[in-house]
Design a protein around this ligand. Structure first.
Ligand code: HAM
Length: 412
């Protein structure tokens, strides 16, 4: 779990600001849900036999003996809120986004943390896979706007509930003769949730997975058509992508096209999945709502920040104006002037500690301000402010009444 300090916070703010703009331009509106939910919500939605539920949730007993869990992801809470507030009755197509900390007790490493931040979107009520493709294009466009260029878009379909039993059988038939070669986790998965084996990171299991039957050979005609529609829309949107028939997700609720966006450059190593999601048409119903198609994704803010090429300092907005003053009356005058200028929309700094003109100028220089205003006893008496343009070094007295006009010229 990390602290976030300046200048990194400026880079984070930029990501969040641009993401909000992009999501809202596609018609998504913000929700904020609690950081804890009752544990069964996550168990039922993410799936009992997933790593997240089996090993990674921060679960504890509340004072009234109920079990609550710090959210490991945002989709389950979004669906809970959707149903709790009867949103679909008023708004059959609902598009939401969210932003906030998630908690998974993973083995921490670069790009993988126990408290991490996600921004995500969910769309409810649209079965057409063009919206899935639009979400991928939206995430892709967001990354480009953040300066991330090396990107792989990987897609697959995990099929719907009608396709899954046949594929499950095919996997069991394939892996059972190799049972002894599987890691202990995968031996359990073989019984409980064989699809999860495809996601195992253990070398021995990966070698076996390479030869496993492909989900794409087990899709029903309806699922195949949905996947084809998804890919055709991606092409129409100009998003280059690759199909990886072995791609699976770590959460059980997916029922159709899934996708991951990976960074090709950078040094995130195995944690290079910047964002991921897919279709989950059964979850709303499983949590007690009406049958409702749904699709969404989330991206990890830390990973995106680590991949953006510009250093954090580049996103910091320093002061535009620095006010330098010496003497009791000038310092009070400077205090008031700075306050007024901030009211006019300028970013203004001054050194409350006072000190010599020289030391204050040093500070002004370091602040990166474009303009320094100088106020001493002489300036107060003459009613003039010394305005120094830091770019040219030019310095001239300006009547106080005209100071604002001069600043507009220099700064705006
Ligand atoms: P997820 O693949 O588990 O999906 O997480 C989405 C993204 O969150 C990952 O691609 C990664 O960037 C980031 N992430 C996940 N775990 C960590 C971690 N421990 N440290 C840092 N970053 C992490 C979901 O969470 C789904 N709820 C996405 C979704 C929304 N599907 C449909 N709607």
């Amino acid at each position: 779990m990390n602290d976030l300090l300046p200048p990194d916070s400026a880079k984070w703010n930029h990501v969040e600001h641009v993401a909000r703009q992009v999501f809202e331009s596609f018609g998504y509106r913000e929700i904020r849900t609690p950081i804890v939910e009752y544990t069964p919500l996550f168990v039922r939605s993410i799936g009992e036999a997933t790593d997240v539920v089996e090993k990674e949730m921060y679960t504890f007993t509340d004072r009234d003996e109920s079990s609550i869990t710090m959210r490991p992801e945002g989709t389950a809470g979004a669906v809970r809120a959707l149903l709790e507030h009867g949103v679909l009755q008023k708004q059959p197509v609902t598009r939401w986004y969210y932003s906030g900390p998630m908690f998974r007790r993973e083995r921490a490493q670069k790009g993988r943390y126990r408290q991490f931040y996600q921004m995500g979107v969910e769309a409810y009520g649209v079965a057409e896979p063009t919206i899935d493709a639009e979400q991928v294009a939206m995430l892709h466009a967001l990354y480009l706007r953040l300066g991330i260029t090396g990107l792989d878009v990987i897609v697959n379909s995990v099929g719907g509930p009608d396709d899954r039993p046949a594929y499950r059988e095919a996997l069991v038939a394939y892996f059972t003769p190799h049972r002894a070669e599987l890691c202990p986790d995968c031996q359990r998965r073989l019984e409980r949730n064989p699809l999860r084996i495809l996601d195992c990171k253990v070398a021995g299991c990966r070698a076996l997975v390479a030869g496993a039957p492909s989900i794409l050979d087990h899709l029903s005609p309806a699922s195949l058509a949905q996947f084809a529609g998804f890919r055709a829309a991606l092409e129409a949107l100009g998003v280059p992508h690759q199909v990886d028939a072995r791609l699976v997700r770590g959460l059980d609720y997916y029922t159709g096209p899934i996708f991951e966006l990976k960074a090709t450059g950078g040094d995130l190593g195995a944690q290079n999945t910047l964002g991921a999601g897919g279709r989950y048409d059964r979850l709303v119903e499983e949590l007690g709502g009406p049958p409702t198609p749904a699709v969404g994704f989330a991206f990890g803010v830390e990973r995106v920040v680590l991949t953006m090429p510009q250093p954090a300092e580049a996103y910091e907005q320093g002061a535009e104006i620095f006010v330098v003053a010496q003497g009791d009356a000038p310092r009070l005058y400077a205090l008031r002037l700075g306050h007024q200028l901030r009211g006019d929309g300028y970013r203004v700094d001054l050194d409350h500690r006072g000190g010599t003109f020289k030391s204050q100028f040093k500070r002004a220089d370091k602040s990166g301000a474009k303009v320094v205003l100088v106020i001493g006893d002489a300036e107060l008496t003459s009613g003039q402010i010394m305005v120094k343009d830091m770019a040219t070094g030019e310095q001239r007295p300006v009547p106080a009444a005209e100071a604002t006009a001069t600043l507009v010229k220099l700064l705006r």
